[in-house]
Each structure stands twice: as C-alpha cells, then as structure tokens.
Design a protein around this ligand. Structure first.
Ligand code: ADP
Ligand code: MG
Length: 238
C-alpha cells in the first residue's frame, strides 16, 4: 500500500482574522489567506507595515486563533484544538525568532536556550549539552554564561535563534528578525538562517518588510492589505 503524505509543513486555507468581532468598528485584517510552506523551504512573506504580517505570524505560530479558515501543521488540523494541545504543538513544532529577541532577563544565554527543552521534559544533562552545541553553532560559545543585558543586539538574536532550534522544530518562524539590527549584524543573522537552511535542511518562514532581504529566500509571498497577492522565486530557489 502506498501512503501519500504531503511535504507541507504548514498549510493555511482561507484564513480570516478579525478584531473587535461583532462591534461597530469590527476590523478584518486577514481576508482569506491561503498558503503553504514545504519541508526544507526558506520561505519569505514580504509586506509593508500594517499589511497584517504580525497578525499572520501570530496565527501561524498558534499564538492567536483565526476567526475562520483551516490550518494544518504537518497534515494535522489544528484549527479547532484546545489551548493546551496548541501549547504542546507550539513548543515542539515551532521555533520563534522575534524582532525584539524576547530573551528572558537575568537568565544566562545557556539557560535561555535550554528553557524550551525544560518545558518539553528533556533531562538536565541533555538540555545543557544541546544548548551548548546550539550556542556553538551560532558562534556564541564564548558567551554562554552571559545574561541578555550583557549581549549586543546581534548576539541576543543569535541566542534567540539557538533557542528557536532547541526542540528541533518542524519550522522556524521569524518575524522581522533583523528589524532592530544594523546592516552588518543583519548579515550575520541572515547567514545563520542560510546555514540552517542549507546544512541542516531547516524549514524557515521569515516575515519581513524588506524587499531586499526577502530576495534571499527560496520563495517569496507578497502580502498586501491582508491578502496574498503573488509569489515568486528568490535567489535561494532550488
Ligand atoms: N490586537 C489587535 N487588535 C486590533 N487591531 C490590531 C491588533 N493587531 C493588529 N491590529 C491591526 O491590524 C493591522 C495589521 O497589523 P500587523 O499585523 O501588526 O501588521 P504588520 O506586522 O504587517 O505591520 C493594523 O491595522 C493593526 O492596527
Ligand atoms: Mg509586524
């Protein structure tokens, strides 16, 4: 018997997101977004400020629920799942990288990276070993015992990327990951994403307002006023 399995890591069908539902000033931000990201892809969503990128990222990252539409993660329909099931999927399947790093203050780089593994029930020794490996991978081996307040923006983002990788997620979601960084530091961070994509086969979805950065992805989806209006191949298309 042949088992057909899609290689879609995520698939959104007709996702609508409204705020202030049922009130006079009801605001529809996503107007029926359909998209998929395939295994091993470095996909980009590019759109201007206010186009709905973060709203879409929150839906994809299971941080917020769509008003309607279907959402599948590795062919599992997560649209109607309970909050605690969603949290478990979020912890295991999705690695987040945010513009503002969102590291935990007064906590070492090593413990920041180990944290998602703690929640996943990974034993202490394994947590420490993997956190060390990940920090080495992003070039932060010599900063493992530093707190976020002792790190530069670019260094914080490298720690955040290591943390995003901790539970070997099916997909890394990055929302404006270089938005707060200067161009040279942005380059370092983008190069880490390329390495993860090329050497580890990681699946990455990066959201950005930058046309230039989006060109570096393998496939680019255009988001305009809450609608996907087109897609094209990027420099790293295979
Ligand atoms: N929690 C919210 N409540 C109400 N409106 C929101 C909320 N989040 C975002 N919006 C509105 O949705 C639109 C898209 O915002 P956002 O998704 O943050 O866009 P982007 O990330 O592309 O700049 C904006 O008009 C914004 O004001
Ligand atoms: Mg945003």
């Amino acid at each position: 018997m042949e088992i057909s399995q899609s290689r879609d890591i995520i698939r959104l069908e007709d996702i609508v997101k409204k705020y202030y539902i049922g009130t006079e000033n009801e605001l529809e931000v996503l107007h029926g977004v359909s998209l998929s990201v395939r295994q091993g892809e470095f996909a980009g969503i590019v759109g201007e400020s206010g186009s709905g990128k973060s709203t879409l990222m929150n839906v994809i990252g299971l941080l917020d629920r769509p008003t309607s539409g279907r959402y599948y993660i590795q062919d599992v329909d997560v649209s109607g799942m309970r909050d605690d099931d969603l949290s478990a999927i979020r912890n295991h399947q999705i690695g987040f990288v945010f513009q503002t790093y969102n590291l935990i203050a007064r906590t070492t780089a090593l413990d920041n990276v180990a944290m998602p593994m703690l929640y996943a029930g990974v034993p202490l020794r394994e947590r420490r070993e993997r956190a060390q490996e990940l920090l080495e991978m992003v070039g932060m081996a010599d900063r493992m015992s530093h707190d976020p307040s002792e790190l530069s923006g670019g260094q914080k983002q490298r720690v955040a990327i290591a943390r995003a990788m901790a539970n070997r997620p099916a997909i890394i979601l990055a929302d404006e990951p270089t938005g707060a960084l200067d161009s040279q530091t942005s380059r370092t961070v983008m190069d880490i994403f390329h390495r993860l994509h090329e050497e580890q086969g990681s699946t990455i979805l990066m959201i950005t307002h930058s046309q230039i950065l989006s060109e570096e992805c393998s496939r680019i989806l255009m988001l305009e006023d809450g609608r996907i209006t087109g897609e094209r191949r990027g420099q790293h298309a295979r």
